[in-house]
Design a protein. Structure first.
Length: 227
């Protein structure tokens, strides 16, 4: 009798009943129960990843905050650069304008050096003065073209932001504290002061009197207090 036949268990009524009760033999394992999923369809691995999810959400919130701050800072830098470029265009001639203001002062001095009543005495002098006046007019027109405003505040209230007080003018026809005389005109480029006007300020010798009190009708002779 060979060895293969020795290992075979003979089928008996008892062994057949046991095999039927055990059911058919299969080589495949039973499928595992699927893991639950969240609302987005992602497989939920259980509580062991909850701490990691909270950590990632915190990092996301922090990165979002950093992004918003960076965007705000970038916008501020852009606006600041635009203002600087605009100011550079508006006030680019500031240094040059200050340097040429003395030319206008000398032209005015040349005209004031000759009294008005004596300008017609000599033809050559009159011609020279007309040339100086023409140059002065062209000079002032060039200043206006570049938005440079001349400040001649005679009669205006004294403003320390625009005027430089050099002396006081007593008994002036102008109100107390106003500009009575202008020694040197001031200039302004747009809203930026190039040079303050040097002025003399009116100073009244007698302060303004207070308003007289109303008269009492009873104190007036012949007045009827009941009327």
């Amino acid at each position: 009798m060979n060895e293969e036949n020795e290992n075979v268990i003979p089928e008996t009524p008892e062994t057949g009943a046991l095999a039927e009760a055990a059911g058919p033999a299969t080589s495949e394992a039973a499928p595992a129960e699927p893991s639950p999923t969240d609302a987005d369809g992602n497989r939920w691995a259980g509580g062991k990843h909850a701490a990691r999810i909270v950590e990632l959400e915190g990092e996301t919130s922090q990165l979002r905050d950093q992004l918003l701050r960076a965007m705000a800072e970038t916008e501020n830098v852009r606006k600041r650069a635009e203002r600087q470029i605009e100011d550079a265009h508006r006030y680019a001639v500031t240094g040059f304008a200050r340097d040429i203001l003395s030319i206008g002062d000398n032209l005015e001095r040349a005209l004031f050096a000759v009294p008005e009543e004596r300008r017609g005495e000599h033809e050559l002098l009159q011609t020279l003065l007309e040339g100086v006046i023409a140059v002065q007019n062209d000079f002032q027109a060039a200043l206006v073209a570049h938005k440079i405003e001349r400040l001649d505040p005679t009669g205006e209230p004294f403003d320390p932001n625009l005027h430089e007080a050099m002396y006081e003018v007593p008994d002036s026809e102008y109100p107390n504290g106003s500009v009575a005389q202008v020694m040197q005109a001031g200039y302004r480029l747009h809203d930026r002061l190039l040079r303050p006007a040097r002025v003399g300020v009116a100073k009244s010798a007698v302060p303004p009197t207070a308003a007289a009190p109303a008269a009492d009708p009873a104190a007036t002779p012949g007045a009827d207090p009941e009327s």
